[in-house]
Design a protein around this ligand. Structure first.
Ligand code: PLP
Length: 406
């Protein structure tokens, strides 16, 4: 008998299952609104023009090779990544209280953080995630033995933030608990706190001694403005928090399969912070070494080339503007069509939500019906990816929504 005789069949990943169902659908009307990657107006993957340029620079560099990176990754990437997310004149960087490690994209950064907490956070093994959150957060944190708690986040009635639910949950959280926060473009809801609300969240977390762990997978992709999308993180750092950040370059560079990302530990300001940061970095190095030995090189070089060259950096901002601009335009188009059709219900949330995803408010029954009748694919919770909409299918999708909710 096998050593794994009693192993149970695991459920298939819901998102990957949805992708398979979409591929198997032979209708020429089919629309993929499940997709977690940017698509252009022809529903095709888009290589950022600046990434094409950087790719050529990397490929033609006579010093290019496929050697191992150091354990902490490509230094020109991790230092630029820290500047990008913390701001160029960050006091934390000046005071050398940031430890940065290149990771296997944002997932790897979340995982390294999870492992670090599980092993070294003496004060708490509980992490609060928003309800709902990116589904993978649950397994990433549980896999290393952390316990998951949830704070309410989404208000069904308004399709907006459940402010009272969220804040009262944070107020009642056990002191020192880790709180996972989406820095911008919350996945799956598309609902972000306002800057005033972030200030209040920071005040509550200070008062209750809660530990912020920011997941930033959409910087620049949400609003098109890199600084604006990192505002919450920079505010928390200014407030003197000790915190961690999981940073992904999958969406904002379109480097999905290259798996480029970073994990950052930021110590609270204190005379001992630099020394503490060095000790943290030494342990992160051991964790990284045992898990991946050292991170992948190619995507890291592409991102680093763009981040460290002022002209390419400017071009990148334009490319971010193209992606975020198209998504914002699709939100507007869908909203306007629904209003024009006098579709029952309010749809303001479509334009007030931000980033790649939107929680439509469609029920699971409606989601299954729209798939069957209109070949429109979205996750069961009614989340749609705005990147799946384009000028050719947005009217069709609006008509389908209209039919399904009547
Ligand atoms: N965190 C959130 C909230 C995400 O939505 C994603 C991707 O969908 C990630 C992290 C990590 O993605 P990746 O590992 O591709 O960088």
């Amino acid at each position: 008998a096998s050593a794994f005789e009693s192993i149970q069949m695991a459920p298939t990943d819901p998102l990957f299952g949805l992708m398979a169902a979409f591929r198997a659908d032979s209708s020429d009307k089919k629309v993929d609104l499940g997709i977690g990657a940017y698509r252009d107006d022809n529903a095709k993957p888009w290589i950022l023009p600046v990434v094409k340029k950087a790719d050529e620079i990397v490929r033609n560099d006579p010093a290019n090779n496929n050697e191992y990176l150091p354990i902490a990754g490509l230094a020109s990437l991790t230092s630029a990544a820290a500047k990008l997310v913390l701001g160029g004149d960050s006091s934390a960087l000046k005071e050398k209280r940031v430890a940065s490690f290149q990771t296997i994209s944002g997932t790897g950064a979340c995982h390294l953080g999870a492992l670090f907490f599980a092993k070294f956070n003496q004060r708490s093994k509980t992490i609060y995630v928003s309800n709902p959150t990116w589904a993978n957060h649950h397994q990433i944190f549980q896999n290393v033995g952390l316990s998951i708690a949830q704070y309410p986040y989404f208000a069904r009635e308004s399709c907006g933030l459940d402010w009272d639910g969220m804040t009262s949950s944070l107020r009642n959280a056990e002191p020192n608990s880790i709180i996972l926060l989406h820095a911008c473009a919350h996945n799956p809801t598309g609902v972000d706190p306002t800057q005033d609300q972030w200030k209040e969240i920071a005040a509550i977390m200070k008062e209750r001694s809660l530990f912020p762990f920011f997941d930033v997978a959409y910087q620049g992709f949400a609003s098109g403005d890199l600084a604006k999308d990192a505002w919450a993180i920079q505010y928390f750092v200014e407030q003197g928090f000790e915190l961690c950040i999981a940073e992904s370059f999958a969406k904002n560079f379109g480097l999905y399969g290259q798996r480029a990302g970073c994990f950052h530990y930021v110590a609270a300001p204190s005379p001992a912070a630099e020394d503490l940061t060095k000790r943290v970095a030494s342990q992160l190095a051991i964790l990284t070494r045992s898990e991946i030995s050292n991170p992948p090189i190619y995507g890291a070089k592409i991102a680093a080339t763009v981040l460290n060259d002022p002209a390419l950096f400017e071009e990148w901002k334009q490319d971010l503007g193209v992606m975020s601009g198209r998504i914002i335009a699709m939100r507007k188009a869908l909203y306007e069509k629904l209003v024009e059709l006098k579709t029952p219900g309010t749809w303001d949330h479509i334009t007030s939500q931000i980033g790649m995803f939107s929680f439509t408010g469609l029920s699971e029954t409606q989601v299954l019906k729209i798939r069957e009748e209109f070949h429109i694919y979205m996750t069961k919770n009614g989340r749609i990816s705005m990147a799946g909409l384009n000028t050719k299918n947005v009217d069709y999708v609006a008509h389908a929504f209209d039919k399904i909710v009547r």
